[in-house]
Design a protein around this ligand. Structure first.
Ligand SMILES: Cc1ncc(COP(=O)(O)O)c(C=O)c1O
Length: 470
């Protein structure tokens, strides 16, 4: 078989089809639309079934915890009567230490059910450890492919730590440097091994997170007798926010505001070898969050099940220094030592709480494990070795890749609001580059995808010279 880069890329669709057991073509519509809900339903698990599988395999039912001291601190800098109660859903207590266990549990269950001998995932994040842990439970072989080093062979400490975790769970870890070979290598491995593609973006993965949304509504009702006013989700590829929001909608008919939060890494390029080790965050940042929101189908499957624009009400960013500061605050004030991704939402929640009244409730929907290279001390030392200046001041002056500014006073921890309207318009523009004409179904699809309406879409379409069929 021809294994050149071009030849393997040309076989991409058939490799995907064989390795994931989903015929994506059957959900395709006219020019740009596809039937998202049919794709989700076709996978054949109800939310109750997902929950049953997860509880059989050590996943879910994590505790909801009130951060009383952090709430008290937020109230010190709020207007009188303001400062919502802040809660966290302690997802670090899943086996493998993050909510990613929910995604992996469904992928591995399905792989076993379909008779695959092993699973493969391309991920530098928590998902690797989650897949490795679930594969161990199911007696499946596991390969994790990571983008780990820059071209000088220097590894990002957080990713190196995740390799350690994957290997501890018995997985084989293939570590690559930054560049396009990751996807090529991933496809080759799928073909050579015949293993299941445990992609983060299949319906199984996203459906696995719906249980998290359901639990946080139930936990909140049990603990405080009402549903939260706002749920903050750390956002990168969009599956976390999508799955959580879908679970919430399936569990309550009341409106809960869904806020996405990402670390602001403006100016750093995700594919750049030089920038690779200048980032102190490997996920939950704008380098993934924005491109995946604007074009969700840029992932490793033909149609991503993570479609955050359908559900998001606000999208906010916080800076690296603010997240490091909140990580220490969670440890020092609440006695809970957790990793960076959940603390991105916590830093945002600290600022958002000040907009809400004291009797209102914000849930940060996840925490993640920390330790070794994932720890904020390790990340700050690594940043310093890479020439990043670290000091106290106003985080709003932070320049990603040049400095990390820890807030001098807590009132300086302030979210930046991203313009969702602009993001929606960019999403539409991206879709329109894929076609010369649109049908009524395409227009309806765009309205659902952007959580807007037909007149909004028509206004946008009229700006481009694109034919609309009757
Ligand atoms: C702990 C944690 N939180 C949040 C995220 C973001 O999830 P998503 O990529 O689905 O937006 C990740 C993904 O890497 C993660 O590992």
């Amino acid at each position: 078989m021809n294994n050149s880069y071009e030849a393997v890329m040309a076989r991409k669709n058939s490799i995907m089809k064989d390795s994931v057991g989903i015929d994506y073509d059957k959900f395709e519509g006219d020019n740009i639309n596809f039937d998202y809900e049919a794709m989700m339903a076709d996978c054949g698990f109800t939310l109750d079934e997902v929950r049953k599988i997860q509880s059989d395999y050590g996943v879910g039912n994590t505790p909801l915890k009130e951060c009383k001291n952090i709430t008290a601190l937020a109230r010190k800098v709020s207007k009188p009567g303001y400062g919502a109660r802040i809660f966290i859903k302690d997802e670090a207590l899943n086996d493998s230490g993050s909510f990613k266990a929910r995604r992996a549990s469904m992928a591995c269950f399905q792989a076993k059910k379909l008779g695959f001998k092993g699973v493969i995932a391309a991920t530098s994040g928590n998902y690797g450890a989650a897949v490795a842990s679930q594969a161990a439970k199911h007696g499946l072989k596991c390969i994790i492919v990571q983008e780990c080093f820059d071209s000088k062979g220097i590894g990002q400490p957080e990713i190196v730590e995740k390799a350690r975790a994957c290997e501890a769970y018995g997985a084989e870890v293939i570590q690559l440097s930054v560049g396009p070979e990751l996807f090529y290598k991933f496809l080759l491995l799928l073909e050579e091994t015949g293993y299941f593609n445990a992609s983060l973006y299949t319906p199984y993965g996203v459906m696995g997170i719906e249980s998290l949304g359901a639990e946080l509504i139930e936990d909140s009702l049990k603990m405080i007798g009402k549903i939260p006013d706002m749920v903050v989700c750390t956002n990168a590829g969009g599956g976390n926010l999508t799955g959580t929001a879908r679970g919430i909608v399936k569990t309550t008919s009341k409106k809960v505001q869904i806020v996405g939060a990402s670390v602001n890494l403006k100016g750093l390029h995700m594919a750049s070898d030089i920038d690779f080790n200048l980032k102190s965050f490997t996920t939950g940042h704008t380098g993934f969050g924005l491109p995946f929101m604007i074009n969700p189908d840029r992932s490793d499957v033909p149609r991503s099940a993570g479609r955050p624009l359908r559900y998001i009400d606000r999208y906010v960013t916080v800076n690296q220094g603010e997240v490091f500061f909140m990580t220490e605050t969670l440890t020092a004030l609440e006695g809970i030592e957790r990793g960076p991704a959940g603390n991105t939402s916590l830093a945002a929640a600290f600022s958002l709480a000040q907009e809400l009244k004291e009797d209102q409730v914000i849930i940060v929907q996840e925490t993640e494990y920390t330790g070794a290279g994932k720890h904020h001390q390790a990340q700050l030392s690594f940043a310093r070795q890479n020439g990043i200046d670290i000091f106290f001041g106003n985080p709003k002056e932070e320049i990603p890749g040049k400095n990390i500014i820890l807030p001098k006073t807590v009132d300086l921890i302030k979210i930046q609001e991203l313009d969702l309207d602009q993001i929606r318009k960019k999403y539409i523009q991206t879709q329109l580059t894929k076609t010369d004409s649109l049908t009524k179904s395409d227009i309806e699809f765009l309205a659902i995808e952007t959580n807007t309406n037909i007149p909004y879409i028509m206004d946008e379409i009229n700006k481009y010279h694109i034919a609309v069929e009757d």
